[in-house]
Design a protein. Structure first.
Length: 566
C-alpha cells in the first residue's frame, strides 16, 4: 500500500503553470472564479451520477460550496460536497493537461506578457490559477461513495512536482486550501473575498457560502456557549438562464460566459431565449471573440452544456448545433428530455432534431443582427470564424440562403484583401443586364487580384469576387446561385458577358475567323496538355490564359486533392 508519493508534473502542465503565474498576475482575482467553477462542476457531476445511484449522496443531498478565510494563517479554503476524486484521479486531473490542442497552444506563445495572457485566457485557466496567488496548495478530497479512508491529500508548491498521500476524510468532496503569497493576503479578507464571489460567481446555481459575521452579544444578555458556526449564501444561487432576460445584467451574462466557455475574453454577443409550446426549453447561446486553437481539430471540444429541468446532464452535447456553428458556446435546458438521456438517445430523439433546427436559426439570426449593426463586431467575427461558416451551405442546405447573406468576400470593388463585401452588396452594384455573379479562385489574394481572367471584367467595369480560401471553390459549388443569380467562375468555360453590343459581337466573330489557323496550330502543339484552344475576347493585355471546362474540377479543388495524394 502506497503511502506518500512525489510525482513530477507533465511537461505541458509545468510550462502552463509557469506561464500562468507570470502572465496573469495583474488579473489574479480570477483564480477564485476558476476554483468555484470547478467546485460547481464537481457538484453537477455528482447530482447527475446520483440520478442512477442515490447511495452516492451518503444521505446528504444539500449541495453547497463553502469559502473560509483565515487572516492569521493567511489561507483561503474552498470546499465542495461534489463528486470528489480518487488518488488516481487527483494525479491525473491535477498533474496533467488532457486538453486537445495543448501543444499548438504552447507553440503560439510569444514571451510577450500581454499577448500571452490573452492566449492563456483563451486556452482556459483552470485549477493551476491557484498558484498565481498561493505558494502552496493542498487538495484534500474523497470520491463520493468511497469509505472515509479512501481520502487523499494532494499537495504542491507549484514548481515541478506534487505529492499525494492517504488522508482520511469523513465528508465526500474536495477542499482546496491556498497558502497565500505574502502580497496576496487580501484574499484572506472576508470582505474582499465576498466581493470577488459576487462579481464572478453570482450565477453559480449552488449556494457559495461564507461564515456569517459574528454578532456581538447584546448587553444584559447572558454569555452563551459559542454556537456552531453559521454559514450564509453570498451569491444569488439561481441558474442564470432561468431568470428573466430583463433581470440579468450584461456583467452577469459575461461572467456566466466565462463559466461555460472557460474563455478569458468577453463574448462578442449572446442570445437568451425561453421557448414554450410543443417543445419547452431555454437556451443561452454565446459567440466568442476568438477562435479556439483547435477549431480545425477533429476532436475539438464543441457543443452546448445540456441540462434537463435545471439538472446538469452533460458537457459538449454536440447534437444541438451543426458542425459549421461549432464555435458557439452556451447552455440548453430542456423540459421534454428524460433525465437519463444519453448521447445515444440524443441522436434518436425527434425533439432534439427540432431543437437543433430552432437553435441553428437562432444563431444565424444572431449573426444577421450583428452584421446589420455594422461596425467592428461582425468584421471581427468574420475574421475569426468566416472560414468555418463557409462550410455551412454544404452541410445545411435548408439554410443556404440565410448563410449566403452572412458570407463576406474580397472583391475587385475594393481590390483589398479584407473579406468585407456581401453578396447583397455585389448584387446592388450589378449593372443593368448583368445576370451572373462573377468570381475568380486562386491560391492567394494577390494571385486572384492579378489574374489574367479579370482583364476583360476590369475593362468593362464588371465586379468580380476575389476568392482565395481553401474552402471557396467547394463553397461556390454548393451555393450555385444567390438571389436567383448564378455564380460564375470566370476561369470556367466560355464567357457570355451580357452587356456585349452588336458591334462587339461582330468583332468577336471576326476574331474567331482570323484566328482559325493559329488556333488549329496551337491545338496540335498542345494536344497532350489541353483539351481545346479557343480565340477569346476575354484578355486585353495577356496573350493567353488557361481556363477550366464548365464541368471540370476547379483548379483549387484539384490542388486540394493533389495535396491529399489523390
Ligand atoms: P477544467 O475545469 O477545464 O476541466 P481545470 O484545470 O479547472 O480544468 O480542472 C482540471 C480537472 O481537475 C477537472 O476537470 C476535474 O476533473 C478536476 N477537479 C478540479 N477541481 C475539482 C473539484 N473541486 N472536485 C473534483 N474534481 C476537480
Ligand atoms: Mg475548471
Amino acid at each position: 500500500d502506497v503511502k506518500k508519493e512525489t510525482l513530477g508534473f507533465q511537461t505541458e502542465a509545468k510550462q502552463l503553470l509557469h506561464l500562468m503565474i507570470h502572465s496573469l498576475y495583474s488579473n489574479r482575482e480570477i483564480f477564485l472564479r476558476e476554483l468555484i467553477s470547478n467546485a460547481s462542476d464537481a457538484i453537477d457531476k455528482l447530482r447527475f451520477a446520483a440520478l442512477s445511484d442515490d447511495s452516492l449522496l451518503e444521505g446528504q443531498g444539500d449541495y453547497r460550496i463553502r469559502v473560509d478565510v483565515d487572516q492569521e494563517a493567511g489561507t483561503l479554503t474552498i470546499s465542495d460536497n461534489g463528486v470528489g476524486m480518487s488518488r488516481e484521479e487527483a494525479v491525473e486531473h491535477l498533474g496533467t493537461i488532457a486538453k486537445s490542442g495543448t501543444a499548438a497552444f504552447l507553440e503560439n506563445l510569444t514571451g510577450d506578457q500581454q499577448k500571452d495572457s490573452q492566449l492563456i485566457g483563451q486556452f482556459g485557466v483552470g485549477f493551476y490559477s491557484a498558484f498565481i496567488v498561493a505558494d502552496r496548495v493542498e487538495v484534500h478530497t474523497r470520491r463520493a461513495g468511497e469509505p472515509a479512508d479512501a481520502g487523499v491529500l494532494w499537495e504542491s508548491h507549484g514548481e515541478s512536482e506534487f505529492s499525494v498521500e492517504p488522508r482520511a476524510r469523513a465528508e465526500r468532496g474536495t477542499s482546496i486550501t491556498l497558502y497565500l503569497k505574502p502580497d496576496c493576503t487580501e484574499y484572506a479578507d472576508d470582505f474582499r473575498v465576498r466581493s470577488v464571489i459576487k462579481k464572478y460567481s453570482d450565477h453559480i446555481s449552488v449556494p457559495v457560502e461564507m461564515l456569517k459575521p459574528a454578532t456581538p452579544a447584546a448587553e444584559g444578555e447572558e454569555e452563551e456557549q459559542p454556537a456552531a458556526p453559521e454559514y450564509e449564501a453570498v451569491n444569488e444561487a439561481t441558474a442564470l438562464w432561468t431568470r428573466p432576460r430583463n433581470e440579468v445584467s450584461d456583467d452577469e451574462y459575461k461572467a456566466f460566459y466565462s463559466h461555460v466557455s472557460h474563455d478569458f475574453d468577453e463574448p462578442l454577443t449572446w442570445s437568451h431565449n425561453k421557448v414554450e409550446g410543443k417543445l419547452e426549453y431555454t437556451s443561452l447561446l454565446y459567440l466568442p471573440k476568438r477562435a479556439p486553437f483547435d477549431m480545425w481539430n477533429r476532436d475539438m471540444a464543441r457543443g452546448l452544456k445540456l441540462y434537463v429541468q435545471r439538472t446538469f446532464i452533460m458537457d459538449e452535447a454536440e447534437q444541438f448545433l451543426p458542425l459549421y456553428l461549432r464555435f458557439v458556446k452556451g447552455v440548453v435546458d430542456s423540459n421534454d428530455l428524460p433525465l437519463n438521456v444519453s448521447r445515444e438517445i440524443l441522436q434518436q430523439e425527434g425533439s432534439v432534431e427540432s431543437m437543433r433546427g430552432a437553435l441553428t436559426k437562432r444563431v444565424l439570426d444572431m449573426l444577421a443582427k450583428l452584421a446589420k449593426k455594422g461596425g467592428e463586431d461582425y468584421a471581427a467575427f468574420w475574421k475569426e470564424f468566416g472560414q468555418v461558416l463557409k462550410e455551412g451551405p454544404a452541410e445545411d442546405f435548408a439554410n443556404k440562403e440565410k448563410i449566403a447573406k452572412l458570407l463576406r468576400f474580397a472583391s475587385t470593388h475594393t481590390d483589398k484583401p479584407e473579406q468585407d463585401q456581401s453578396l447583397e452588396d455585389y448584387v446592388s452594384r450589378m449593372a443593368e443586364g448583368q445576370e451572373k455573379i462573377y468570381y475568380v479562385v486562386a491560391e492567394n489574394f494577390n494571385t486572384a487580384k492579378n489574374s489574367p481572367h479579370l482583364e476583360v471584367f476590369r475593362k468593362k467595369g464588371i465586379e468580380v469576387l476575389l476568392l482565395s480560401d481553401r474552402v471557396d471553390d467547394w463553397l461556390m459549388n454548393h451555393l450555385g446561385e444567390f438571389d436567383g443569380k448564378p455564380l460564375q467562375d470566370v476561369a470556367r468555360g466560355a464567357l457570355d458577358l451580357a452587356s456585349e453590343s452588336e458591334e462587339e459581337k461582330a468583332a468577336q466573330e471576326q476574331l474567331q475567323k482570323d484566328s482559325e489557323g493559329l488556333v488549329e496550330r496551337l491545338a496540335k502543339v498542345l494536344e497532350a496538355q489541353v483539351s481545346e484552344v479557343r480565340a477569346t475576347a476575354r484578355l486585353t493585355d495577356s496573350a493567353a490564359c488557361l481556363v477550366v471546362g464548365d464541368h471540370d474540377m476547379g483548379a483549387q479543388m484539384r490542388r486540394i486533392l493533389e495535396a491529399a495524394g489523390q
